[in-house]
Design a binder for this molecule. Structure first.
Ligand SMILES: [Zn+2]
Length: 571
């Protein structure tokens, strides 16, 4: 053996030993006992910072001081709606892969509109807890034809699914939210989900998850916590003069739904009132009820009690409803954030007491951001307006189609923003070229008021469009079984605000930055406070959780883990 060979052998042995020590060190690092994933519906990335001055300790401040806060995080898909964003956070996949391309889509086989997580084979366990179409203000919920709910339409695995696989089913996995889709998406296929029924005022689940309610859920619902709000009002937490929007409570673009009104105090009315539970969801009360249910769940299910990593997702919906009704720049939105800050502080303190924050990995993000009300922007000289498809003059477009293809409006099956669905039967019968029809319809749509772009799905699929960030986000939203034939993008700061007759202040759903911009923050364990300004995407969240806990990435994950979080955790 010559000396070079000996040197090589020694080096190899040293490398081996170092690698071995490394493995030992990593193995000694226990995984978190609990992954607590918080999603704040419609929390645009700038909002926590905007109201930070009046926030207390232990909530957002805890996350900012102790967490790795990504200040330039965006959703990478175009249709920034609730189910799309939640499922993206849960799976690390784009809607093209996970399949949740919108809150609703047209089922080509049956010709009916489908609500994302509806499943007629999995009934809700409480009779009468489905959507009450007479009082429901969420237009997408109204589409559901049954009270059944399940994650069966999610086409890839979630992080929570991967956790179930890795722990041989021993991890306890739960999703909680006021919104059914905020709970079901995050719990994945292997977990269990609970959501708030406005019809009964209870937290409910479906037969996908349980044959009957666990005793603790019955006990929780028997407390009838909603009664505590009977005859009460949502009142400001602090003196009005201390708020950024203290002198802007009454603005004409705010929605006045029934007796709830446009200004503080917002009265919930009697518990027997038709809109009582709806009003609770349009206020911080919705988040407070969600917190109460999450605490009961943590206790009853002994979350985080043993060394097997558990998963709890809590999706807070009030910020979304308040944003829709009053806009994110309103006194209501400001007070709601201050109250959510207290709700978060309460949750973190509770988890600290039960599990210890050093044993918990917290991740907080949002399913989408949100726009400002056009009236608010106009008052500052910034162009913005509502889009009203009902006022569009369709005649010239229809005439153009007739002239070219011999048929006019029969070619259009449905327009449920953002997608226009063409009637494929008519296209087939007339022997027309799908791509040519899409191109003509798109060109006509682009002439209409408020439309910035109309994008042909065939052109996207065949690579016949330039590779721009916006078109890439539309492509990421395209699933051939569910997406429509043309994706409509409104001008920036322009959107439809008609919720099936209810005129609201704001609607998200655009690929513009105010709708894609969300916070992403990881905290707990060994992580220490850091603000990161490099650009990241929400698809990075699930693979980061997977890498931290040691599962494989979810099946449709597009990217890898976030290096700042991995380094911060000593990985
Ligand atoms: Zn919304």
């Amino acid at each position: 053996m010559n000396s070079r060979c000996l040197q090589y052998q020694l080096t190899a042995a040293l490398v081996c030993a170092l690698a071995f020590t490394g493995t030992i060190a990593r193995a000694a690092e226990p995984p978190p006992r609990l992954v607590l994933q918080i999603t704040v519906d419609q929390l645009r990335g700038d909002l926590p910072g905007r109201y930070l001055k009046h926030m207390g300790e232990g909530g957002y401040r805890y996350l900012m001081d102790h967490g790795i806060w990504y200040a330039d995080a965006h959703h990478g898909h175009a249709n920034t709606e609730t189910i799309v964003g939640h499922t993206t956070l849960a799976t690390g996949a784009d809607p093209a892969a996970h399949g949740m391309i919108g809150n609703i889509w047209l089922d080509r086989l049956t010709g009916t509109l489908v609500y994302n997580i509806e499943d007629p084979t999995c009934h809700t366990l409480t009779a009468g807890s489905g959507v009450n179409k007479a009082t429901e203000i969420d237009p997408t919920q109204k589409v559901a034809s049954s009270d059944g709910r399940s994650p069966n339409a999610i086409l890839v695995s979630t992080f929570s699914d991967e956790l179930a696989i890795t722990t041989a089913g021993r991890a306890k996995i739960f999703g909680v939210s006021v919104k059914d889709r905020g709970a079901v998406s995050m719990a994945g296929h292997a977990g269990k989900a609970f959501w708030f029924s406005k019809a009964t005022g209870d937290f409910v689940t479906s037969s996908y998850y349980y044959d009957r309610y666990p005793a603790w859920v019955d006990a929780f619902n028997q407390q009838k916590l909603t009664k505590a709000y009977d005859g009460k009002s949502w009142e400001l937490m602090h003196d009005k003069s201390t708020y950024l929007f203290g002198d802007a409570d009454d603005k004409p673009w705010e929605t006045a739904l029934g007796s709830y009104g446009r200004v503080f105090p917002h009265a919930y009315g009697p518990a027997t009132g038709k809109y009582f539970t709806t009003f609770l969801t349009l206020s911080p009360a919705g988040d407070e009820l969600t917190l109460a249910f999450a605490k009961a769940l943590i206790d009853a299910e002994k979350i985080g009690e043993d060394e097997v990593t558990d998963y709890l997702s809590v999706s807070f919906s009030s910020t979304d409803y308040v944003g829709h009704m009053f806009s994110p720049s309103s006194l209501e939105a400001e007070d709601n954030q201050l109250r959510l800050d207290r709700t978060l502080a309460d949750l973190f303190a509770y988890v600290d007491k039960r599990v210890g924050l050093k044993n918990v990995l917290i991740v907080l993000s949002a399913d989408h951001g949100g726009p400002e009300a056009p009236g608010q922007l106009n008052s500052l000289g910034i162009p913005a307006r509502y889009v009203m498809p009902q006022t569009w003059n369709q005649e010239p477009g229809i005439a153009a189609l007739k002239q070219k293809f011999g048929v006019g409006k029969e070619l259009i099956e449905a327009y449920r923003h953002p997608y226009v669905y063409l009637n494929r039967e008519v296209i087939r019968e007339k022997g027309l070229d799908q791509a040519a029809v899409e191109k003509t319809v798109a060109a006509e749509l682009e002439k209409l008021d408020g439309v910035a772009l109309a994008i042909s799905s065939t052109a996207l699929q065949t690579g016949n469009l330039p590779d721009t960030p916006l078109l890439r986000s539309v492509l990421r939203n395209f699933n051939p079984r569910r997406s429509g034939d043309i994706f409509v993008v409104h001008q920036p700061h322009c959107f439809i605000n008609d919720f099936d007759g209810l005129i609201v202040a704001c609607t998200h759903g655009a690929p513009w930055s105010y709708d894609t911009f969300v916070p992403v923050v990881f905290a707990g364990g060994k992580l220490t406070g850091k603000r990161v300004y490099r650009s990241i995407e929400t698809v990075d969240v699930a693979p980061t959780l997977a890498a931290l806990v040691g599962t494989k990435p979810p099946s449709g994950a597009r990217r890898g883990p976030l290096r700042e979080v991995m380094e911060g955790a000593g990985k």
